[in-house]
Design a protein around this ligand. Structure first.
Ligand code: HPA
Length: 256
């Protein structure tokens, strides 16, 4: 790796996606704009306290939402969070749902992913390396973090789907109906544009990482209608409170 990240105290970091550009209930204590060897992150790392614990937050698309999925500097974002002291990162992602049990406003904690993205800065291992490192990525999400999220949801009596293959697409356009059928044949359950390379970069930095996905639309061709921004907004309005509740409930447990 080019530069080692200097870290401070350990904290849980939340990378908020569409519909979560700020974290309600976070008592903000400060914010810091990091310069990283990989360029500028999407915005500052917001430091705060949630449920009495130190929490870091970054809006993946900037705040206000301005950076499209294929132009997010995923490397800089994760680097900055690690530098700020993160040891655990929860990526919150808006996704399209494919199977019948993953309709709009469903919360999903996926356990696998397939990467269809291209042309994104997707590794810290490039340039003049002493040795090439191939990280193990058999299980892309940290199981203990997934289980903490699921247990938190159960304590709040919030229905959450405890499995799923996240298909990471390039965007920013949504898929064709035929593409969704292909993704379905591949085994994908949810489709989003920001799950990769984020998960792999977290693994390269040895950060624990899990995804908390909110289904905001039926994937293309899975409903009778085309996908509208109004439909997406309605699902965000309906489902984001559950996402926030799971985050709030899981943070004390994640901090141990
Ligand atoms: N496809 C890809 N990304 C998405 C979708 C979708 O249907 N909905 C929200 N993000």
């Amino acid at each position: 790796m080019t530069n080692a990240v200097g870290t401070r105290a350990e904290a849980v970091a939340i990378l908020g996606g569409t519909g979560l550009t700020e974290l309600e209930g976070l008592r903000v204590t400060g914010e810091q704009l990091h310069q990283t060897p990989w360029g500028a992150p999407s915005g500052p790392v917001v430091h705060g306290e949630l449920a009495g614990k130190k929490v870091l937050f970054m809006a993946r698309h900037g705040h206000p939402h301005r950076i499209p999925p294929h132009q997010v500097n995923y490397r800089a974002n994760l680097w900055a969070l690690k530098e700020a002291g993160a040891s655990v990162v929860i990526g919150v992602n808006a996704v399209g749902g494919i199977p019948a049990d993953m309709g709009p406003a469903t919360v999903v904690v996926p356990d696998q992913l397939i990467d269809y993205t291209w042309g994104r800065g997707h590794t810290f291992f490039e340039g003049d390396l002493e040795g090439v490192t191939h990280i193990d990525f058999t299980f892309p999400y940290t199981e203990s973090v997934r289980q903490t999220l699921l247990a938190a949801a159960a304590r709040r009596q919030l229905p959450v789907v405890d499995y799923g293959v996240y298909g990471a697409t390039q965007g920013p356009r949504l898929e064709t109906a035929a593409e969704v059928l292909r993704l379905e044949r591949d085994g994908c359950h949810i489709i989003g544009m920001t799950g990769m390379p984020e998960a792999a970069l977290a693994a390269e930095l040895e950060l624990k990482y899990a995804c908390l996905a909110l289904v905001v639309n039926w994937a293309a061709g899975k409903s009778e209608h085309i996908i509208t921004m109004a439909e997406i907004q309605a699902a965000i309005d309906e489902g984001m409170s559950a996402v926030r509740a799971v985050l709030e409930e899981s943070i004390p447990a994640l901090m141990g």
